[in-house]
Design a protein around this ligand. Structure first.
Ligand code: ASP
Length: 435
């Protein structure tokens, strides 16, 4: 059985619902359909979830939210009349409005976009609707109760051929609604795929999968056909826009592949995300390039630092006690660089340097601001000679000065530090070398 999640842009209006219907009906193996709330139809449009959050905000301050709620009402009644569905949409919308006015929780309000979209979609597809609140359970700490959720899914979805389950939320033990973080319908789809032991988790959106590089930096980058969960983690950590982070873990446990597909171009294969064992090595090539700007490198030099017990611990404690997370720490015999994001550093550069001086007593501390990090990711690196040579030659031919290199022990990536100004140039040069 497959689980198919459709994002907000795939269900933004009646025409999009029609595309979803034809996708679901043309594939008998789709067993669970997970909808998001209606997303933007065009650049200036609003996501229904944002409107619902706003209604809650106004209502919780005792203010009138009619104007905003009318936009939501128009969106849903518009979809229903385009699709000629028979659900009592007016009544549903007015009941929810009363709940919001009477002080319903923020999570309850936000979840209603998925809830209503689920009701409409189930009716339009002519299949049952099962509320996510009956399947997805959170514990008293607000964490997903995996065991309970798995048994609820087995109990309620067992034997059902095709069903709609709204994304983005579940319920607490007392029955109240709790949402995941933003974009959380991806997570719902993954949890259900895990619960029904799906053969595939399809994630339908408005792009035909992931691209090898950011299209704002590289012109027409090639799509990625196959990527492993691990590679994807590396790419998303370095800023590539991918799935909701938490959406990977539930399916990864059972090794269920995820297929990113385009609702507007169902003929495209999209990107398949798989377990390591499933992926051929992709020798001689890379999977993708991603990167972020605005890091600071703090380089600490001390002769024989590696022979001094506790030196690294002291250095790391300075960052820890200042609540700064460390991104990378490449080192050599007598020096070590600590790389932190400028956001993480939060204006504490001088304080941190002073404290390193007191605590670690180094020979020298130098900081380099305005650095960018670029990750070249590829499972093929492990066994192929010459990939790094190709990367570095491309950078030198492109006139980019490399300020730092770090290769993860998994040999899945090479991280390169360059100046912010060289960021675009560097990504373009690397992409061209592997195109
Ligand atoms: N509708 C929710 C949001 O906008 C969840 C989702 O779309 O996945 O964040």
């Amino acid at each position: 059985m497959k689980v198919a999640k459709f994002g907000g842009s795939s269900l933004a209006d009646g025409a999009q619902f029609k595309k979803v219907k034809s996708i679901v009906e043309s594939d008998k193996s789709i067993g669970v359909v997970v909808p998001s709330a209606p997303g933007k139809r065009h650049g200036k449009d609003h996501k229904v979830t944002d409107l619902l959050y706003m209604c809650h905000q106004l209502a919780s301050h005792g203010l009138n939210f009619d104007e905003v709620y009318t936009i939501i009402q128009d969106r849903f009644t518009g979809i229903c009349s385009e699709l000629e569905t028979g659900i009592p949409i007016g009544e549903i919308l007015s009941d929810i409005k009363t709940m919001i006015r009477d002080g319903a929780s923020r999570d309850y309000c936000a979840s209603r976009g998925e809830y209503i979209n689920g009701l409409i979609l189930a009716d339009y597809l002519g299949i049952p609707f099962i509320d996510a609140a009956e399947l997805i359970r959170f514990d008293t700490m607000g964490q997903l109760d995996e065991n309970k959720t798995r048994s609820l899914i087995a109990e309620k979805l067992g034997g059902i051929e095709k069903v709609v389950v709204p994304g983005f939320y579940g319920s607490n033990e007392d029955g109240s609604i709790r949402t995941f973080s933003r974009g959380g319908s991806d997570v719902t789809g993954a949890i259900i795929a895990d619960g029904v032991d799906a053969e595939l988790y399809e994630n339908w959106t408005d792009v035909s999968g992931f691209l090898m590089a950011d299209p704002r930096v590289v012109k027409d980058p090639k799509p990625i056909k196959l990527v492993t969960y691990k590679e994807l983690r590396e790419l998303s950590y370095m800023g590539a826009p991918v799935l909701h982070e938490e959406a990977i873990f539930p399916v990864r446990r059972l090794g269920i592949p995820i297929n990113i597909r385009n609702t507007n171009r169902p003929e495209d294969e999209g990107t398949l995300i798989v377990n390591d064992q499933w992926a051929e090595r992709n020798e001689g090539s890379i999977t993708g390039i991603a990167g972020k700007k605005d890091f600071t490198v703090i380089s600490v030099e001390k002769t024989l630092m590696t022979a001094e017990q506790g030196f690294f611990r002291k250095l790391v404690s300075v960052f820890e006690t200042n609540d700064i997370t460390i991104e990378h720490m490449p080192s050599s015999i007598d020096s070590i660089s600590v790389i932190v994001s400028d956001i993480g550093l939060n204006g504490k550069l001088k304080k941190v340097k002073d404290e390193i001086q007191i605590y670690c007593n180094p020979d020298n501390i130098v900081s380099y601001p305005s650095m960018a990090l670029i990750a070249v990711v590829g499972r093929g690196m492990i066994n192929t000679k010459g990939i790094s040579a190709k990367v570095f030659t491309a950078l030198s031919d492109g006139g980019v000065n490399i300020r730092m290199i770090s290769q993860g022990s998994s040999e899945l990536n090479i991280i390169i530090g360059v100046e912010n100004n060289d960021f675009e140039k560097a990504i373009e040069a690397i992409y061209k070398a592997f195109e």
